[in-house]
Every structure is written in C-alpha cells, then in structure tokens.
Design a protein around this ligand. Sequence first.
Ligand SMILES: Cc1cc2nc3c(=O)[nH]c(=O)nc-3n(C[C@H](O)[C@H](O)[C@H](O)COP(=O)(O)OP(=O)(O)OC[C@H]3O[C@@H](n4cnc5c(N)ncnc54)[C@H](O)[C@@H]3O)c2cc1C
Length: 507
Amino acid sequence: MPSRVWKNKADKTERKEWACKTNIPYKNSEAILKISIHWFRNDLRLTDNPALIQAAEAGIVLPVFIWDAECAAELGPGGASRWWLHHSLVQLNDSLGGALNIYCGNPQDVLATLAKEHAVDQVCWNHSYEPQSPQRDEAVAEEMRSSGRDVQTFNGSLLWDPEEVLKADGTPYKVFTPFYKRGCLNAMPPRKPQKAQRVRYQKASDSLSVDDLGLLPKIAWDAEFSNHWKPGEAGALQALRHFLAEGIGDYKDGRNFPAKKKTSRLSPHLHWGEISVNQVWYAAREFLPSEQVDVFCSELGWREFSACLLFHFPNLPSENLNRQFDAFPWEHNEAWLLAWQKGQTGIPLVDAGMRELWRTGFMHNRVRMVAASFLVKNLLIHWHHGADWFRDTLVDADLANNSASWQWVAGCGADAAPYFRIFNPVTQGKKFDPAGEYIRTNVPELGNLPNKYLFSPWEAPEAVLGEAGVELGKTYPKPIVDLKESRQHALAAYAMLKARDTSSEPC
Ligand SMILES: Cc1cc2nc3c(=O)[nH]c(=O)nc-3n(C[C@H](O)[C@H](O)[C@H](O)COP(=O)(O)OP(=O)(O)OC[C@H]3O[C@@H](n4cnc5c(N)ncnc54)[C@H](O)[C@@H]3O)c2cc1C
C-alpha cells in the first residue's frame, strides 16, 4: 500500500510536488502519511463525525460527496430536500476551506477511480441504514479491500445500532415503549460526542461545484425557505441552542401547539447529519434533567424506532406493515388529492398545515397527524400518495420517519393508532390553536372570522361570513367532504376489512 515515507535523501522535486499537491508544508513532508477518503453522506458535519475522525487521525483526508442521480430518483431526496442539500453542501465546503470534492455518478465507480488516482490507503464512512445502502456499501467495501485498501465504517446517525436493539428472541421490536425502555434505555448509554479534529484536507482538480449538481428548483417555489431555515452545521447548532433556551423548558405541553414554536425544528439538520443525534441527546440531558427533557428524548427515541423499523422491514415505504391492510378499500379521487396538496380542502386546520408545508417546507407534528389522518381516513386516499407528497415537499423528508409515521396514522404501521382514532380537525384546532393564530397565519383569507367559526366556517351564519369578508366557495372553499359522514364511511371501510379478514389475528 503506498504511504509517503520520505527519507532526507528523497528526491526533493518529488517531495516538493507532493507537498504542493497535498497542501502539507514541505518541512513536514517527511512524515508517514496515509491518505484517506472520507465519504460524506448523511453526515454533513465536522464535529462528532466518527468516520471523519478516523480518517483525520491517519493523515490526509480527501473529503468526497457523491450525488448518485439514479439512486436519488428512487425514493431519494425530493424537491425541498434537494434545496436543503444544496445549501448544506455549500456550508460544508466553506467549513472545509473549499476542499470538498464533489462528483456525480455511481459511488463504487467514483470511489474506485479516486482511490487509484490519489493512492488512497483507507476509505471511511458512516453507515446509512436506508434499504439501498447496505448492499451498495458492501460492494464499495469489497472493491476497496480487494485493492488492498482499508475500509472503516461507523454508526454516525443513530444513538443505538439497529442490529443490536432486538427483543430477547432476536427479532425486532414493533411496539415503541418496550423498544425504547427495554431495548434502548436499558442498553449501553449512547456514545458521547467527540470534538472536531484538525484535519489536513486534499482537493482534487476534477471536483464539480455544488451548482453543477443542479439541486435547486427551476421554478422558484422555494422563495420563502431561506427566511425559515439555515442549512449547515452552524445553523444546526444555532437551532439547538435556540431550542435549549426557548423550547425545552416547556416542551411537554408546548410541543402540541403549532403557533408556539416550542419544538426544536432540528429534523432537517438531523436528517442530513449536520448535527449528530448524540450531540442533541447529551446537550438536552446535560442542560436540565426533567420530565420535559425526558419527553424530548423520547421523541428522539421515535426517530430511532422508525430507523429500526426501516432497517428490519426495508419494504416499509411501500408495503403495509400489517398486511391485513392490503385489502383496504381505498377510494382514489384525484381532485380531492389536489385540493389536499394545495391546502384547498375547506377544512381550515388541514389547509393551514398544507400551506405551511408548501411555503416553508415544514409542518408542525400535531398538524401533520391531523392532515395525514384527513387524507387517509376522511378522504380514503392511500397513504402512499400522502407520503409521496411529504417526501417531495418537506425539508426534513426522511424515508424512515415519513414511512413509519404515515403507516402509524393509517393504522397499518407499527404500534399504530387504533383505526377508529380519527382526528377531528375542528376539535384539534380548538384545542391546539385556541387563539387561531396558526390558522390565521397560514389561511389569511379567514383572518377576520371570529374564533367561534374559524375552525368550521361552514357553520357560520351568512352575516358573520359577510362581515369577515368570507364567501364560501369563492374566497375560501366549501369543505370537500362532510367530516361526520366521511368518518362514518371510513369506519365502515374498516369494518369491511375486518369482515374480509379470514385470519383470527386482530387488525
Ligand atoms: C404523517 C407524518 C409524516 C412525517 N414525516 C417525517 C419526515 O419525513 N421526517 C421527519 O424527520 N419526521 C417526520 N415526521 C415526524 C415529526 O412530525 C417530525 O419529526 C417533527 O415534526 C420535526 O419537528 P422538530 O424537529 O421540531 O421535532 P421535535 O419535537 O423537536 O423532536 C426532536 C426530533 O425528534 C424526532 N422526532 C420527533 N417526532 C418524531 C416522530 N413522530 N417520529 C420520528 N421522529 C420524530 C425528529 O428527528 C425531531 O427533529 C412525520 C410525522 C407525521 C405524522
């Protein structure tokens, strides 16, 4: 394996060329230095990055990001997520002093070429637990090892390794509480975060620029995003600090009120690994041991649970975890789907959520549950359509969290809500947006309606509507379905499913 051992009598020209290429001071070029590739994936950070630390300790690091368009086309990042990735890569490249090496193509081919060209000794990366990754990563590792290179991989994205969180009988958990309490909290505590290392980076001459990846949208629907988000490691740390100062102290209750902004808004940062979940976990734990912190940590536990489900059930994005739901009588209606996507259902809380999503790339968790329940239960539209829309429009779109959450709402997932629990968007609005602030921000045409009718404008007398400047069917849609009737219809569909089910297992 080529390593750079320069004796005093070594050819000076060669040594100078080497020093110049690697940015290492000439006088230091006598050391034995290994060259390592650090393959950045969903770990776009310098702090607490186990694979990067391994690479840095060995010598010179060639930091590489590869955009695999073919792989991305299939369940890869959607539009909003690509927007995020673009800006996150710009930030990462800045933090690396411009040394990020960017390529397009099949990672196996790109890495093999780079390894040869740069006489690389070692290749390091952090695991991805998404379904396409293990096979692809194994092929890369095989190729590298067969050419005599070291391969070092780490868990850099989860608190506990999904391969290790198993029930006593060796099978994966499907219920959250035992998963979290027995499987996670009873196991070894998560790894403590490590500081960023001083790293000597190497820039290749054939790197693309971030712009070359064409990740930004052609039509400027992202106009407002940068008012709400600061992608990158510095933005992630800022979000964490803000949450510790303003949110966590009242997280347990505050997290349910969309207008209060008491949640961390760390989800896109965590998805792209701009901050490690270990940093977040320990920052919360060390900040203020309390019930508030426990509730927050258990939400991080839901993230672990979803990742484990996807790892052990790789068909989670496409197949009902509870296969009895395969016979569910979905009723596809394109016009209703479009109304839902555009926030034009005539149900204010649902529309507020869907418009918040379109405008900002985010929707508050409480409203995600309500909007998702409305799609799959009141409209009886298959959860796949909702998950696809979220995948394309959420800045935090995450295959594990999104698939697991949609299945949870639809009733077919792990530890799913009982089917009859159909969120009522009117009572949810009254309870969690009592002053109507969230609805008024996102559905401004209802802004002058009194609170009494804000959540159900179809119940308002004509005079009240007129005074508020609302004309149903004109300035704001009439509800596309009747909430009570559609609820009964959904329960009837579920009853049909149960009746069809020949097995004795309950749904
Ligand atoms: C239909 C539906 C789809 C969803 N799709 C996604 C998605 O694509 N990506 C995504 O990250 N989350 C998804 N969620 C979960 C949740 O809504 C978001 O994680 C949360 O709203 C992010 O906001 P936050 O960072 O302020 O959360 P906080 O309340 O501050 O929670 C901290 C972190 O815990 C994790 N977390 C919180 N709630 C959940 C949950 N229910 N399941 C899994 N992890 C959770 C997230 O990483 C989050 O950043 C979805 C939920 C629903 C109901």
